[in-house]
Design a protein. Structure first.
Lengths: 374, 172
């Protein structure tokens, strides 16, 4: 294997086997130490994790399988997303439905303290029907009041979350001319982005007097756009494509986004997934404002981690430099010969260097970025 | 059912079928036992004839008494392998430029290779440039793993693929 001169390396923390078929997606619970995965085997698997040797300088993280949920979806479970509360998750399936899952309370829960994880059974509280064909992605807004979904039926739906797992459809956007592969919410505002087989990205907002509408279409990718990830501060949107590039779009005005960077030559096949985490800053070397870590992966089985720096924010937006990206770690064949379908940074404090991947081998792997000298 | 090409040109296969000694044709499911005898570190080379042999007997979905080889939809020279990258590139030629069966043919080729090639191979499938009016759409569809996965969960489509593959699984 060719040596690539990068400052960090990606070390495996856990290998989570158990799915009987391709693993499509992983989701970290935002409030509890729980990782979820979904698969073509129609199940969702939940793992608990904790730091062992927490007092030492280099604590290790241990993952334990908690439960396997037979979802009742009749086809592949393609996507899974936790609500910000951490008490509910949504599943999007090729059977075109969306499941809303909550945990029954159990007697044992009363005895748990602090971060205690409940032990009750997971139940499907609600089944959202509406898509005509495969649901490809589900995503909760940051406030948790909205759920977005998309499908091969070319539509993007916005659902309002009501108490008792009740959902109301607030809008159906029929803007794309082909499958919609991915939906993602802006981290601080109610801006929704969608990516499609029609090679475009569309952004939507809610007009208080009207309905949800598409306010801009981002073109530039030359093939299917598979994945979207907003930067943690919401100033940038990253997209990845079958054209083997990553594009970074910057919000240059309230409702105007422009492509400011194309990252090429880092992947040899479709880039199926991106995740943009807050990362950990390496010293202060005057590169500008630290913008976090962007992870990419896909059909070539490689994981890349880029360190992002933003130009000084004081400069004029028009003449501003694009953000810089530095490859700080890379790992080929991270799931052996298999495609990697999803990558996701752990959102929990103290775990910023941890991420998980889901592969065609049915395995979920958890990794840590080890920067040299640590 | 609409007939896309009622009178296809039938080509006589002049090339004798290449038969491999059992030991090296380890791409077939029945040869699993042989595979286990091998040194695990040894990576078997594979050539275009061997891949052609896997797909030539797939039934044409429109002309069910003929194979893709009979109609020259697939030929050995249209198969390219990059051993270093473990990529197999298959080009096929629809019999007519408006053939509505092209995606089904491509899907059958993909499923055949999914089931018989070692997992390390990534397979790209395309129609011959200029051979179909919807070339771009067909190519895109056949190489979108999510669409392929969903298609194979569609019972009607899976049955149609299996029908094409029966002949491939029972080659002489």
């Amino acid at each position: 294997m060719m040596d690539i001169d990068v400052p960090g390396h990606i070390e495996k923390v856990a290998e989570l086997e158990g799915h009987d078929d391709r693993a499509w997606c992983v989701a970290w619970n935002p409030t509890k130490p729980v990782l979820a995965s979904c698969s073509a085997d129609k199940t969702v698997r939940l793992y608990h994790f904790s730091k062992t040797d927490a007092d030492t300088e280099n604590p290790s993280v241990t993952f334990v399988h908690n439960t396997t949920i037979s979802t009742g979806h009749t086809k592949t479970v393609r996507s899974i997303a936790w609500a910000p509360s951490g008490t509910t998750f949504a599943t999007g399936s090729f059977d075109s439905n969306i499941g809303i899952w909550e945990q029954e309370s159990s007697d044992e829960d009363d005895e748990m303290h602090g971060e205690g994880v409940k032990t009750g059974e997971w139940e499907c509280m609600s089944l959202l029907e509406g898509h005509e064909t495969e649901c490809k992605c589900v995503a909760y807004s940051t406030s948790g009041t909205l759920l977005a979904s998309c499908s091969r039926d070319k539509t993007v739906w916005v659902w309002e979350v009501h108490p008792d797992a009740d959902f109301e459809c607030m809008g159906v956007m029929m803007e794309h001319s082909q499958d919609v592969k991915c939906v993602a919410w802006h981290p601080t505002e109610e801006i929704l982005a969608s990516a499609s087989y029609d090679d475009t990205i569309k952004l939507y907002i809610d007009d208080p007097s009207e309905d949800w509408f598409c306010f801009t279409t981002l073109t530039g990718h030359t093939s299917t756009v598979w994945s979207l990830a907003f930067s943690p501060n919401g100033r940038y949107l990253a997209s990845s494509s079958d054209d083997c590039t990553i594009r970074i779009w910057e919000r240059i005005e309230q409702h105007k986004w422009e492509c400011v960077k194309v990252i090429e030559g880092q992947h040899e096949r479709s880039i199926y997934s991106l995740s943009w985490g807050v990362g950990k800053r390496r010293g202060d070397d005057g590169k500008g404002e630290f913008g976090g870590w962007l992870a990419s992966t896909g059909g070539d089985g490689k994981i890349n981690i880029y360190e992002i720096y933003e130009p000084p924010s004081s400069s004029d937006p028009k003449g501003r430099e694009p953000p810089t990206h530095t490859l700080i770690a890379t790992l080929p064949s991270a799931h052996g010969v298999h495609d990697i379908n999803h990558v996701s940074w752990c959102p929990r404090q103290g775990y910023e260097d941890l991420f998980a991947t889901a592969g065609d081998d049915g395995i979920v792997r958890v990794w840590r970025i080890n920067l040299n000298g640590q | 059912m609409e007939i896309y090409n009622p009178n296809p040109t039938v080509y006589k296969s002049t090339r004798p079928t290449v038969r491999y000694p059992k030991e090296s044709s380890l791409w077939l499911v029945d040869d699993l036992d042989d595979r286990q005898d091998k040194d695990e570190d040894e990576v078997e080379e594979i050539d275009q004839d061997e891949i052609f042999d896997l797909i030539r007997s797939i039934t044409d979905p429109e002309h069910k008494h003929m194979t893709l080889e009979d109609l020259m939809v697939v030929t050995a020279p249209q198969i390219h392998i990059s051993p270093a990258k473990n990529v197999v590139d298959i080009e096929f030629t629809p019999t007519v430029p408006h053939c509505g069966m092209s995606t089904l043919i491509g899907l059958s080729i993909r499923v055949r290779l999914l089931r018989s090639l070692p997992q390390r191979f990534k397979v790209d499938i395309r129609v011959k440039p200029g051979s179909h009016q919807s070339e771009h759409a067909i190519n895109k569809q056949l190489n979108d793993k999510e669409r392929v996965a969903a298609a194979l969960e569609n019972p009607a489509l899976l049955t149609a693929v299996e029908d094409c593959l029966v002949s491939a699984d029972h080659r002489d």
